[in-house]
Design a protein around this ligand. Sequence first.
Ligand SMILES: Cc1cc2nc3c(=O)[nH]c(=O)nc-3n(C[C@H](O)[C@H](O)[C@H](O)COP(=O)(O)O)c2cc1C
Length: 347
Amino acid sequence: MNDFMKMFSLTKPIIQAPMAGGIIKPRLAAAVSEYGALGSLASGYLTPQVLEDQIKEMFELTEGSFQVNLFVPADNGTPNDEDVQHWKQNLPLCDKASPFTVIKEEWDDFYAKIELILQCGVKYCSFTFDLPPEDAVKELKKAGCGLIGTASSVEEAILMEERGMDAVVLQGSEAGGHRGSFLKSKGESSIGLMALIPQTTDVINIPVIAAGGIMDYRGVKAALTLGAQGVQVGTAFLICHESYAHPAYKQKIISENETTTRLTKLFSGKEARGIVNKWMEDKKLDEVRSLPYPYQNTLTKPMRQQAALQNDPEQMSLWAGQGIRSLNKETSVKELLDKLCQENITV
Ligand SMILES: Cc1cc2nc3c(=O)[nH]c(=O)nc-3n(C[C@H](O)[C@H](O)[C@H](O)COP(=O)(O)O)c2cc1C
């Protein structure tokens, strides 16, 4: 048993990735916790009230370890009027979009969720999109909460350690969904896990959790060999029976392969990896005009919602990592975890 497993009271070195957007609910996360891995609730896009209900349900379903994940608000800039007008003229249903939120509202939501985590006695908490603020870290640590940050470069991982995180999720370029990157880089900011893990474990002292493209025990073994103490798996959980991913989305994951995903800002304004669909292809040349997060996200929401109602994957965001060729049928959470832990991984 390694430090990460001891710290988070786990018998398996696996985290089920928090995945915002209503896909992961307590029935999936609790099944993970029951197995001895870390189940995760994603608070992104949830109201504090819905999050509270989910936390209560988790405590009813399992005595195992689970965490709540938070988006750290970041000021990504305001869009220029010309680009806003461009999208308003070119985006289906964007007249139905909610008003843009302001950063203060995002911070209010963040602190309301921190309060809830403290009140409910949630033992573990993770962050993505930026460094968590010092005051929140202090309060959570005072309450004994174990903290995990997200980084996609060595420099970001060092900052996470300095901020007081107990572990850091290292997100490789293979990863599905939004990138947790928060520092600007001179060159390519999406780095493969193979290069990222050893360079990071050489310089930080907190446990590293590898995320991106891991679908079975071979990926787990490779990550642990490179120096990680655990892995975080997202896409593979999307096609579990217990997941609420849209059936058309699940089908896409099952039928696509490693060459059919790419990073895009078109859906949310923040770089995320997803399966290329017709809308992404049609708007390829407009990629550079994407509004900063969360503006683009707000404007594309009605289109994505309608696509879901119409079972049309061509206008949904189909977040997925590069390992999807190996995902060829729906399984249960238990079957997936058996596959990830198949070789009785020794740590
Ligand atoms: C649909 C989806 C939603 C995601 N939402 C979140 C989130 O809310 N918070 C977070 O920290 N990471 C999120 N991620 C990223 C995962 O934490 C993780 O880095 C990624 O899934 C790992 O790569 P894989 O999908 O190839 O396993 C999401 C990923 C996906 C696929």
